[in-house]
Each structure stands twice: as structure tokens, then as C-alpha cells.
Design a protein. Structure first.
Length: 299
């Protein structure tokens, strides 16, 4: 019994670790508030690529990844690289410009966007409680849109870009390590060009101070570690458990926006987040219910 529980315990630790790291990411990005967002993105890509290539070398995964990243899979990874690039730059800009609250809203509604995209593009069945969860969350978004409060475009762009990223990665026949490596390889030329241009223009932040250089170099670990922890958790945990854990990150971001960064919370935000949280609760309830029904059917 003890050994059989270890994969679940390890998976839970990996899952909590990955979502906690994503949750505190604004604290790291805020330390880079004086670095242009595009430069932060470029460093995030290049330092991540270096770390991932080292990991692939140690694990001797190069031939396997090269064999997988071709044809339709490579085309899908071009799309996913574009989506994750958009997601990263919007998120960095949001944190640097005092919109952590809207960023957290985007990641609260992202699971529901995933359900809607699965229904629209993969023919997945939309269960009754899932439909209700999407409707309730949509009502929250509508309230914010009508009020004109907050940068709603930012929340929707984060949710949709990460949703389409997940959709493309779901149908691409490559694992997490290989997929992320190819995506960063595809983004690397643009990142190098951007940093070279900044260097020629005299606006390159790297090399200005030792502390800032270390912070920028840390972007590789900050980017790759939570993704690798998540991949390890996904192999060990039921989807329902992952569905509950994923709310750790936006919950931490929401708390940081209010308690650390002092972003204002108006009454319309309270109404919106209440509806979003209600939708998330319905989604979590449905996930647990579906897993239990599946376990009963197997017995």
C-alpha cells in the first residue's frame, strides 16, 4: 500500500510546485519592471533554450525529438510557438504595467476556455455542468465588458492564447520536453535579432548591472522548471486533481495584485470574480463527479 501511494504523493508535490511557481511569477517579473517587455521575453526564450538543450543532452533525447518534430507536428509547433510567445509577452506587459488582477482573471477563465475549444474543435462532449460553468463565467466577463472596468482585452487574450496553445499541443505528437524545446528554437532567431537591435541602439538591459544580469539569466529556470514539474504531475495525477490544482496560480496572482501591488478592486471586479469563481467551482465539481462516475463504471 505504501509504494502504491508514492506516485500520487509525488504527483501532488509536482503539481502544487508547478502551479505555485506560476502563481509567484509576477514577483519575479516585477523585479524586471525597468527592462522592456520584449527584452524580457527574448531572455526568457534564450535562457530557457539553453537549459532545455542541456537537459536533452544529458537525457540523450535529441534523436527522438528530431524524429518527432517534422511534418504536421512541426507545423502545429509553429502555431503553438506563436501562441505561447503572444501569451508570454502579454503577461510580462501586464505585470510591468499594473494589470496583475486582469492577468489572474485570464487564467481563472482559461480552463473553461479549454472546455469550449475542445467542444468546438475536437468534438468533445460538453457535459451539463461544464456548459453551466462556461455560461456563468461568460456572464462575469460580460459584466466587466459592459462596465468598461479593467483591461478586459488583456484577460481574454491571455485566456485565448493559452487555450489555443493547449489545443495545438494536445494534437501535436510530441512530449512536453520536446515540444517546448522546438517552440523555443523557433522563437530564438527573433529573440536574438531583438537583443542585437537593442544592443546596437544602446538600450540593451543586459550587461548594465550584475544583479540584473543574474535576474535575466534566471528566466530560463523560471520558465522551464514549472513546465517540467507540470509534465511530471500530469503523468501521475488524475485530470480532476490537476483541474483543482490549476486554480492555485491565479489565486496567488489575485492575492499579489491586491495585497502586494496595491491594484484597486472595484465593485464590478467583485461581481465579475464572484461569477468566474462560481463557474470554476462548477467546473471542478463536474470534473470530480466525472472521475467518480468512471471509477464506479469500472468496478
Amino acid at each position: 500500500m505504501r509504494n502504491s501511494s508514492q506516485p500520487g504523493a509525488a504527483g501532488l508535490a509536482f503539481g502544487v510546485g508547478s502551479y505555485t511557481l506560476w502563481g509567484v511569477l509576477p514577483l519575479y517579473i516585477h523585479l524586471l519592471k525597468d527592462v522592456p517587455a520584449l527584452q524580457v521575453l527574448a531572455h526568457r526564450v534564450l535562457w530557457s533554450l539553453g537549459l532545455l538543450l542541456l537537459l536533452i543532452l544529458v537525457l540523450r533525447r535529441g534523436p527522438t525529438i528530431l524524429a518527432a518534430a517534422r511534418g504536421r507536428t512541426l507545423l502545429l509547433l509553429v502555431g503553438s510557438a506563436l501562441m505561447i510567445g503572444i501569451n508570454w509577452i502579454v503577461y510580462i506587459w501586464a505585470v510591468q504595467n499594473g494589470h496583475v488582477l486582469e492577468a489572474s482573471l485570464g487564467y481563472f477563465i482559461n480552463p473553461l476556455v479549454n472546455v469550449a475549444l475542445g467542444f468546438a474543435f475536437l468534438g468533445e462532449r460538453l457535459r451539463r455542468f461544464q456548459a453551466a460553468a462556461i455560461a456563468v463565467a461568460a456572464a462575469g466577463v460580460l459584466v466587466l465588458a459592459i462596465s468598461g472596468g479593467g483591461a478586459l482585452w488583456l484577460s481574454l487574450l491571455l485566456a485565448l492564447s493559452f487555450g489555443f496553445y493547449g489545443l495545438l499541443r494536445k494534437v501535436a505528437a510530441i512530449d512536453a520536453l520536446g515540444g517546448l524545446t522546438v517552440e523555443t528554437l523557433l522563437l530564438a532567431p527573433f529573440s536574438i535579432a531583438l537583443l542585437l537591435h537593442a544592443s546596437q541602439a544602446g538600450t540593451n538591459a543586459f550587461g548594465q548591472s550584475t544583479n540584473l544580469d543574474w535576474l535575466l539569466a534566471l528566466a530560463g529556470v523560471v520558465t522551464a522548471l514549472p513546465l517540467l514539474l507540470f509534465a511530471a504531475a500530469a503523468r501521475r495525477l488524475p485530470l480532476a486533481t490537476l483541474g483543482l490544482l490549476q486554480y492555485i496560480a491565479p489565486s496567488l496572482q489575485f492575492a499579489e495584485a491586491v495585497l502586494i501591488f496595491g491594484e484597486p478592486v472595484r465593485s464590478v471586479h467583485i461581481v465579475t470574480f464572484t461569477l468566474i469563481w462560481a463557474g470554476c467551482a462548477l467546473y471542478a465539481f463536474d470534473s470530480i463527479r466525472a472521475v467518480r462516475a468512471s471509477e464506479v463504471a469500472r468496478t
